[in-house]
Each structure stands twice: as C-alpha cells, then as structure tokens.
Design a protein around this ligand. Structure first.
Ligand code: SIN
Length: 415
C-alpha cells in the first residue's frame, strides 16, 4: 500500500488520513473548498458515554432503540465502545469542548438519549472539530489536500480499484491518479431533496462512483428528517407539500430542546405531549418529525414553533450563539419570539455497504462516514452519533489500510 486516495475532507475522510502511517502517500480530494461539506455545519456534537450515570451499555441501548432495533449490534458496540478513546485523542490535538465550572466536560441532552451525553463546543461543534482535524492533518507531510477537484470516476484494473480520474472545477483540467486503495468519504445526499439541512455539495457523488464499479448499496430508503429546521424563506403551503425548488433550511439544533425549549403548534400546544411519547419533544427524530407533520396538517400551518423564550437569556446567547445569529439574520429574535421550524431531510442512514473497517465488496474500495452503511444507525440515527461514526470508522479504516501496507512491505521483502 503506497498511495491512498480519500474522496472527501469531512470528519470521516480526515480521520482516515490521520490514522494512516507516514509511509503512505495520501491524496485527499474535495470537489469544492475543504470545508464546504456537512461536518462544519454540525451543531450538536459528538455522543460519548462519559457522564457519571452513563455507560457504553446505555449508549448502545439508546442507539438500538432509536434505530428500532434494526441496527447491526456488533457495529453499534464497536463504535460506541471506541467513543471515549476518540474523544481523548481529540482532546490531545486541541479540541476544546464546553466545560462546567468544575472543569468536567459539559454534556448536552438531545433526542432519543436517556441522559445528557453530547460533547459539544457551543452550537458550532462541527466547525470546531473540522478546524482541529484539518490543522492536524496539515501537519502530516505525507498528506496532500486537493480542493476544487471533483472525482469523475474510479479506475478498475480487472476487478480491483487502481485509481481515479479527477477534474479541476477551476481549470477543468482532467487528470488520472493511481492508488492502491480509494476511500469514499463524500457524505450524504440531502441536496437532491427539495428541503434539507445539508450543504449544496451533498449530492451523493460517492454513491454514484461506487455503483458504477459494482459496489453494494443498502438501505437507501432510510433517510432521516430533522424535525426542526428553520422556515427561513417564508412559509410554504403545507397542503401542497414542500417547494419543488431546492431550499436549504438552516438547522436549529436539538440541543435547544435539550436545554428546555418547547416544541409547540401555532396555538401553543405541545407537538409531542408526554401522552404521545415518554420523552416528549426529545423523543427520537422519526417520532418528533411525524408529530410535526401531523400538527402542521391539523393546524393548516406551514410550520410548528420552537419556543425558547422561557430559557435564561444569558444561557441562550452564550450556549447557542449560532442559533441566535441564524434567527436574527432571518428577522426572528428568539429571546422573545417563537422560531418557525419544519422537518427537512437531514441524514442518509444507508449507503455503500461496508464492514466494520470500511471495506466494501469491491477490492481496493472503502467507504466511511455518512456515505457508508455500516449498520450503526438502523432505520433511524440517534442524535450526534454521526460525527462519532466518522471519527471511529475513519480511524478504523486508516488502521486497516496500515495493516495492508505492512503485509505489502513484508511480501516485498520476502521476494
Ligand atoms: C442537531 O444538533 O440537532 C443535529 C445533530 C445531529 O444531526 O446528530
């Protein structure tokens, strides 16, 4: 293994690059700038079972329960079991989570979790995480990052992947790059839907590349909606359905509900009363999303509302500066006004089928992060398990490729 190509520069791709030994040449491609993917947009954080009353067992249970027990149990146990190690690794390279007065890490509560478990950096956790990972990868001389380079196709030598054809999106120059392994880490597909929290870059390119070379794809129907995206561009008629043109709806993090914001209809009634679900508006996302749609149909309104006016104003401004800013630029002051929200496509739970090391059915092809289907999420992802998956699976895939590198070297030496 002399050269590895990684397509995508989000949390998963960067984690692969960090785990590879310096003896492997790494080329990373991003079709836009290095930070125009979904990772820097993540608000919530990383689910890690480190609270005093928490355990790997409980986190595993919550993940399975949110996923309706259709998850791959072994994957869930492996990913959750490695969460603490990955967090310690992040802390060692300068990741600064929010902390409590006693110095312990502050944990946020999000939907589907039995207790506060989400390690976060205010409400811009993804941006901070991405900055830290990118800075670390940039220290590796063996890694070359190529932004504005779109991978157009994978090259197969007999059945095995042997490189990629990439085109500069600036000069349109097309080049061929050889590699011993190609890792797809291109994120999700939200941008192909009319309303989404995803960036414009989330067009499923990696899935197409994988399909073209015969990779197995699974659970593409498992699309997760986030219940609370800001209805920013004026309401749409709920009876006509979402608009036909693509609308990006900024996320209003679930952590806001975790901090006490209520999810109400136009008349101030709870959208998810405790009689509907014991966790109320902090039920898993599929439950809350369905309740939002039902409420919108019932009231004839194009949105429901997040009411954060009961929160301590200082807490709202200091813990959720991103949410406050997003609301303000859209003419809503969340300290005294309700925030109009509606469900939007958020996450692909399925994708390119892989094993627990990111290995696909095509020789030399690997997939990690949102574009991969490891079975972690089942039919409905637990909040803040996605950055965790990118960290763990990226790390595992990198380590796996290193072992192939060692074998290769040994074979070479024997010859
Ligand atoms: C959120 O902050 O609500 C989103 C977190 C996630 O998608 O896991």
């Amino acid at each position: 293994m002399n050269r590895v190509i990684i397509i995508g520069t989000g949390v998963a791709g960067l984690s692969v690059a960090r785990a590879l030994t310096p003896y492997v040449d790494v080329l990373m491609f991003s079709k836009g700038s290095v930070d125009d993917g979904a990772t820097p947009l993540a608000q919530g954080g990383i689910a890690v079972p480190i609270g005093p009353a928490d355990s790997v067992h409980l986190h595993v249970h919550d993940t399975l329960r949110a996923g309706h027990f259709t998850n791959d149990v072994r994957t869930v146990a492996t990913v959750v079991g490695d969460a603490k190690n990955r967090l310690n690794d992040l802390l060692s390279i300068g990741f600064h989570p929010d902390r409590n007065a006693d110095g312990s890490i502050n944990l946020a509560l999000e939907g589907g979790h039995s207790l506060p478990r989400v390690v976060h950096s205010k409400d811009h956790s993804g941006k901070h995480l991405h900055d830290v990972l990118l800075a670390d990868v940039r220290k590796h001389d063996s890694v070359c990052i190529m932004p504005y380079s779109s991978v157009e196709s994978l090259i197969q030598d007999d059945a095995a992947i042997s490189g990629v054809i990439a085109k500069s999106t600036l000069t349109h120059e097309v080049r061929y790059y050889t590699a011993d392994a190609v890792v797809i880490a291109t994120g999700g597909i939200g941008a192909v839907f009319p309303t989404t929290t995803n960036p414009e870059s989330a067009t499923g390119d990696g899935l197409q590349l994988a399909l073209e070379v015969g990779a197995q794809i699974s659970n593409l129907d498992k699309i997760q909606w986030h219940p609370t995206a800001l209805v920013a561009d004026g309401p749409f008629d709920v009876h006509d359905g979402p608009p036909l043109t693509h609308v990006r709806m900024p996320l209003i993090t679930e952590a806001l509900r975790g901090a006490g914001a209520r999810l109400v209809d136009v008349n101030g009634n709870d959208v998810v009363p405790l009689s509907m679900h014991p966790q109320g508006c902090l039920a898993p996302r599929d439950v809350v999303t369905a309740a939002c749609w039902d409420s919108m149909k019932e009231t004839g309104k194009s949105c429901v509302y997040l009411d954060a006016t009961g929160l301590d104003k200082t807490e709202l401004l200091t813990k959720f500066p991103g949410v406050v800013h997003t609301c303000m630029v859209n003419g809503i002051d969340p300290t005294f006004q309700r925030i109009p929200v509606a469900p939007a496509v958020h996450y692909l739970c399925g994708g390119i089928t892989t094993n627990i090391n990111g290995v696909t059915n095509v020789e030399g092809l690997y997939a990690v992060g949102e574009c991969a289907d490891t079975g972690l999420h089942g039919s409905n992802r637990l909040a803040s398990n996605s950055l965790l998956e990118g960290l763990v699976m990226g790390h595992r895939c990198g380590l796996f490729l290193n072992t192939k590198h060692r074998h290769h070297k040994m074979e070479y030496m024997v010859i």
